[in-house]
Design a protein around this ligand. Sequence first.
Ligand code: IPE
Ligand code: IPE
Ligand code: MG
Length: 217
Amino acid sequence: MIMDGNGRWAQARGWPRLAGHRAGAETVRRMVEAAPGLGIGTLTLYAFSSDNWKRPQDEIAGLFRLFARYLKQEAAKLAEQGVRFEMIGRRDRLPGPLVSLVEETESFTQAGTRLHLRVAVDYSSRDAILRAVEAGACDRESMQAHLGPDVDLLIRTSGEQRLSDFLLWECAYAEFSFLDVAWPELTETEVREALEDFRSRDRRYGGVKLSRVQALR
Ligand code: IPE
Ligand code: IPE
Ligand code: MG
């Protein structure tokens, strides 16, 4: 999921952008809790892109504070709920204490099997692909091993219809769902509807529908 629209949602209410990110963190809690019941096994959340370093320093610091707070408050619950937490993205440019917290949460939740929660921070899909190549990935299987599973459904909130350097390789045959709702207001119901729509789609992967082939004979 590309969690978009926090800033605009807050600004439309005359609030600072960070108030939108704070409300957005509540949506993260809701989504993580709802995901297993919705049949989601892997949930990847785009929290901070490598291009988001262009934002004002205080917004960046506020986002990292919120991320740290989320991990401190949720780690026990994540483990209890069977959620395995993982951060994807570069770690070398993040504040040291945040990286420690990420590592602690990853090891604390490593036994979780109900949901694989991946949070993308300082993430750029182009960079991730280049790093995989540098590490020797030269075929589809090793690329997948470095990057992660293919995306089935990509949801982006807040009306923008672009990938913004998210999971480019993994989205080769992804279905897309662009929702107008801002991330802070996204509800379980809307995600359930997006999933129902997704399940009704005919994913052909370049082939043809069998019934149509038969009909043509
Ligand atoms: C998504 O909301 C969160 C991050 C990118 C960190 P935005 O901050 O992009 O909100 P808008 O798109 O400016 O409204
Ligand atoms: C993409 O959103 C990154 C995250 C949601 C973390 P942005 O708001 O940064 O993307 P653009 O600028 O609209 O493409
Ligand atoms: Mg945005």
